[in-house]
Design a protein around this ligand. Structure first.
Ligand code: GLU
Length: 548
């Protein structure tokens, strides 16, 4: 679904039918908000005033009838999915309306909760599949960042065009069975390989209800720069399935994962493309991918994914690697800025794998973590949170909501709290031209991918905020993924100490190169990090040449 709440406009003049549909929607697993219009005029006015995700349309209204009704709605909002509400005696008219561009029809007397919510879900999916998949804010951001770096570094024109889009994109649709055996769900999945020049491609798989081709391509492009910046022998990739994983049972998650794996099985492999966890996926999901791939190969292939459980060939230290890496970099940045970490304050947005580990390691460095947040809420205590307590609370209650020893703050308020270090470790597009001016941190340590927009970068630059950009800040994850892949390939395991020492050395080397380039060329840290990565890729591309 496009947003968490689906905005539904019902244009229907019969109050009994309105009541009935409202009742079905209230018991649906979709979160919907229903807006009702009793005439076509009223409906068109509402379409002009607000934005909706779907329209439920009765074709026979007091001020319009038959296909004219549909045409008027489509003329007002050509991209808005329309589901016709029909009586049993009007089914042939409804079918004609579907031929004329409506997405579906529902016979009101035969409707029920499941039918209605599935029809809404698929109507939105179909329109979305048709409308520009590339057209996502995140892909535009990734391209703009790249173009800015390309401009500053005077990148070869041919290479610039070549790198602006991914080399391979794979879109699949796949079915999986719900626990109610007769319910089969169809979802969209993606695997994008941005650059095959440097070795196998590498990058996570995310399960989220907003995943689309543009988002996955942006993330794949960032993986390319990230791997090149830290000198890993990989190109960038990313994958995703458009689904809300919190809506799935464990068994559903497993069936979905195995089917998705089999849909992309030909393009992944230890020498081809190596997935890893990302938002909404974890060690267990990686174990199922590895098992599905191995079943097809006929023998165990641990190196096909990283971020696996340790007992299956996963690496020590991989689970906490992104947070640990980010804090290694915070330590280096603080030293560079002349800021003492002992007693400094930090705010962490997000309390998943990256956010919670970042908070934990900052706390171990004697930084006072004053606020953290998750999907339910933000919690703030100016004296510092007791993280041990917060972890215990989350273990018991799953989410932060209701935590007693702190004040509740919204996500927006959290970003604007006074602090020395702000670590966005949740979603993309959090720090924008709208709020950057109100940020009060001295150091922005990006754990998430794409949390900051280009206009926000400008504002933060003017405010002299030191930025650890995402391609550097969260690179600890893929670095230990690389160690995991090397260990799997060599059938030889390293100690945690070896892993952390190597991780530290690699990240600090990348940090120093980035700081050096930024100060030499008088550019910001993000552009400097991107140029480090792009230069390495360019060198490799020019040496390999073009086939044939
Ligand atoms: N998904 C993580 C990232 O965005 C890790 C990727 C990996 O380990 O391959 O960097």
């Amino acid at each position: 679904m496009p947003e968490n709440t689906v905005e539904v406009l019902m244009i229907e003049d019969n109050p009994v039918h309105v009541q009935l549909i409202r009742h079905y929607m209230e018991s649906s697993r979709l979160t919907t908000r229903l807006h009702v219009a009793g005439t076509l005029r009223e409906g068109l006015d509402l379409i002009g005033e607000a934005s909706f995700d779907v329209v439920l349309l009765d074709l026979v209204l007091p001020d319009s009838a038959d296909l004219d009704t549909l045409h008027s709605v489509r003329a007002a909002a050509p991209e808005l999915p329309v589901i016709i509400l029909t009586g049993l005696d009007d089914v042939s008219l409804a079918a004609t309306a579907v031929e004329a561009g409506a997405q579906d029809y529902i016979v009101k007397t035969q409707a029920n909760t499941t039918l209605l919510s599935r029809s809404i879900h698929y109507a939105i999916e179909r329109v979305r599949a048709r409308s520009g998949e590339w057209d996502s804010a995140m892909f535009k951001l990734a391209q703009q960042q790249f173009l800015k770096a390309a401009q500053i570094m005077g990148l070869d024109e041919n290479i610039r065009e070549r790198l602006l889009f991914p080399q391979r994109t794979h879109i699949v649709t796949l079915p999986f069975r719900r626990d109610e055996y007769h319910l089969v769900e169809n979802v969209f999945g993606y695997r994008v390989q941005h650059l095959l020049t440097m070795g196998p491609t590498k990058g996570g798989i995310r399960y989220h209800e907003d995943v689309n081709l543009g988002e996955v391509s942006a993330l794949a492009m960032w993986m390319t720069w990230k791997c090149a910046l830290i000198n890993l022998p990989f190109g960038g990739a990313k994958g995703g399935v458009r689904i809300d994983p919190t809506d799935l049972s464990r068994r559903e998650l497993q069936r979905l994962t195995r089917r998705f794996t089999s849909e992309i099985i030909d393009i992944i492999g230890p020498d081809k493309d190596i997935p890893a966890p990302d938002m909404g996926t974890d060690e267990q999901v990686m174990a199922w991918i590895m098992d599905t791939y191995s079943q097809q190969a006929g023998y165990t292939v641990p190196g096909v994914v990283t971020g696996k459980p340790v007992v299956l060939g996963g690496s020590l230290g991989r689970r906490e690697a992104t947070g640990r890496g980010l804090v290694y970099l915070v330590e280096a940045a603080a030293q560079h800025m002349g800021m003492s970490l002992d007693g400094a304050t930090a705010v962490v947005q997000g309390f998943g794998n990256v956010g919670s580990n970042t908070a934990r390691f900052l706390d171990a460095d004697r930084v006072r973590v004053v606020a953290v947040s998750d999907v339910t809420t933000g919690i703030y205590n100016a004296n510092g949170l007791s993280l041990e307590d917060v972890f215990k609370y989350c273990e018991k209650n799953r989410f932060l909501s209701g935590y007693p020893e702190a004040d509740e703050v919204t996500n927006q308020e959290l970003l604007e709290l006074p602090c020395d270090i702000l670590a966005p470790a949740a979603l993309q597009n959090q720090i924008t031209g709208d709020n950057a001016d109100r940020l009060k941190c001295r150091l922005l340590a990006e754990g998430a991918n794409g949390p900051t927009t280009l206009d926000a970068d400008e504002i933060l630059g003017e405010k002299d905020v030191f930025i650890l950009p995402d391609v550097l800040g969260n690179a600890g994850g893929v670095t230990v993924s690389y160690f995991e892949w090397v260990q799997d390939t060599q059938n030889y395991t390293w100690t945690l100490e070896e892993i952390n020492t190597r991780l530290h050395n690699i990240l600090i080397d990348a940090f120093e190169r980035t700081v050096h380039r930024a100060s030499e060329d008088h550019i910001d840290m993000r552009t400097a990090a991107l140029i480090e990565g792009i230069s390495r890729v360019t060198q490799a591309k020019l040496l390999r040449g073009i086939f044939p």
